[in-house]
Ligand binder design. Structure first.
Ligand code: DSN
Length: 478
């Protein structure tokens, strides 16, 4: 692929958009500039390839295609069939799964498809069978009431939010918490690690229909063989949400007991995190759940996004190449180098380190809340996000942690030496930031004190670090 072709493609696209709404073209160009300039350490973000991005901007977006490949509710879906079948084939081959459903628009959609498939498979529920024939928006109050009566007692056991679990694994403010009676397993307070004996005990006591594994802020591997044994011991369906670490599974960094696909009944993921694809989701399962999963539309989803399925096919094809395994390995090497650099400088890390793509810093050691630390780092050109730590004294809004991850910087080409410099920049900002006070003199959980000159200096150092690793070097917008 010539560099000129990519530049020409993006330049031309912007020129066309500029002719209609220049402010949109400007925002798109500004986003590239922002991404090029910031030290992006958000663990769930990445940079999709030019081919993946370009696969989304075209006529496939114009097509309705409810249904599945070869069985659509609209005519003329042959090209959508092609891209959906390709994306599913690449997903099956990449992950070694019997079945792949690539229509979910996001991670929550993928999880909802999985939950409804499990319920339909496991629960004798006439109202559910009736509801599955329609789109969720078409259900009446009475339908929901009947469903609630039939399904209200079904139980889900998932990882607690403060120990790294995800909102969609049964937490109250999310629809999953309304569909299921949920209980959580946490981590050992002394080590921060999952204690499988405790998970087994919780499963024996609670007897869930669904056992969920997967996380958005747990910096360690999960042993899916043991989790499956626990699920089997209580007759639960075992579901894994691998959204954060799908790239590490694809790149064969997580194998054997740590690869969820051979162990789980059903696996969900997003495609845009460590997997480095377009923003979207997918579901993998064995033949026994395949029919129910394919009913994701109309139960949960409306029309699929054919342009995004095209981009999924491109990104999954990229992930099947040998260089993706090298990339995935470097993600973990970089996370470990970052963790070691921080530990050497005196930071406190949840679990004491990492064996995946993310690191969780407990910033109470710096006398800060997560909110204060996040903003001070942002002022210094370092983009992270605040995150709860186990048993967080500052709650889910202010938090006591900063989550950092390496998928994006690894895509950019930074290596372990640059991770040590990154650790130095982060540690300097956090150790030089003070907690602020409210006007009445009481301690604030949001205000902070950071010398703007120091923030500028760190920002310049971050830019110098990035200058050696240009982002989208093949794309010159002129
Ligand atoms: N928002 C994603 C994350 O940052 O982990 C998960 O949904």
């Amino acid at each position: 692929m010539s560099r000129n072709a990519e530049s020409t493609a993006f330049r031309s696209a912007l020129e066309v958009i500029r002719g209609v709404e220049p402010r949109v073209a400007e925002a798109i160009g500004a986003e590239l500039a922002d991404q090029r300039e910031s030290l992006k350490l958000i663990a769930s973000e990445n940079y999709a390839s030019p081919a993946t991005l370009l696969a989304m901007g075209n006529w496939l977006s114009d097509k309705y295609a409810e249904g599945t490949v070869g069985r659509r509710f609209y005519a003329g879906c042959q090209n959508v069939d092609t891209v959906e079948a390709l994306a599913a084939e690449h997903a099956r081959e990449l992950f070694g799964a019997a079945h792949a459903y690539v229509q979910p628009h996001s991670g929550i959609d993928a999880n909802l498809v999985a939950f409804w498939a499990i319920l339909a498979d496991r629960v004798e529920a006439p109202a559910l069978k009736r509801a599955q024939a329609r789109h969720v928006n078409d259900l009446t109050e009475q339908d929901w009431f009947a469903l609630r009566r039939e399904l209200g007692d079904q139980r889900m056991l998932g990882m607690s939010l403060d120990t790294g679990g995800h909102l969609t694994h049964g937490f109250r403010p999310n629809i999953s918490g309304k569909m299921f009676d949920q209980r959580s397993y946490g981590t050992d307070p002394a080590t921060g690690l999952i204690d499988y004996d405790r998970v087994a005990e919780a499963a024996r006591e609670f007897r869930p229909l669904v056992l969920v594994a997967g996380y958005s802020a747990y910096p360690r591997k999960v042993n899916f063989r043991i989790m499956r044994e626990i699920a089997d011991s209580v007759g639960a369906t075992f579901m894994v949400d691998m959204a954060h670490f799908a790239g590490l599974v694809a790149g064969k960094v997580f194998t054997g007991d740590f690869d969820p696909v051979p162990h789980a009944h059903i696996v969900t993921t997003t495609t845009h995190k460590s997997l480095r694809g377009p923003r979207g989701g997918l579901v993998l399962c064995g033949p026994e759940l395949a029919d129910q999963v394919d009913r994701g539309c109309p139960m949960v989803l409306g029309g699929p996004l054919p342009h995004v399925m095209a981009a999924k096919a491109v990104a999954l094809a990229e992930a099947r190449r040998p260089d993706f395994a090298d990339y995935a390995g470097r993600i973990v090497d970089n996370a470990q180098a970052l963790a070691e650099g921080l530990l050497r400088r005196g930071a406190t890390l949840v679990t004491g380190g990492t064996d995946n793509h993310l690191v969780l810093i407990d910033v109470t050691g710096y006398g800060l809340t997560g909110r204060q630390a996040e903003q001070a780092l942002l002022d210094s050109g370092i983009v992270t996000n605040r995150n709860a730590v186990p048993q967080d004294p500052n709650g889910a809004w202010y938090t006591s942690g900063i989550r950092i991850g390496t998928p994006a910087l690894t895509t950019r080409g930074l290596g372990t030496a640059e991770m040590d410099t990154t650790a130095e920049l982060i540690h300097t900002v956090l150790s030089q930031t003070g907690a602020g006070a409210n006007p009445d003199g009481t301690a604030s959980k949001a205000k902070y004190v950071l010398d703007p000159a120091l923030a500028d200096k760190i920002g310049r150092q971050a830019s110098e670090l990035l200058a050696g690793f240009p982002l989208y070097p093949s794309v010159d917008l002129g």
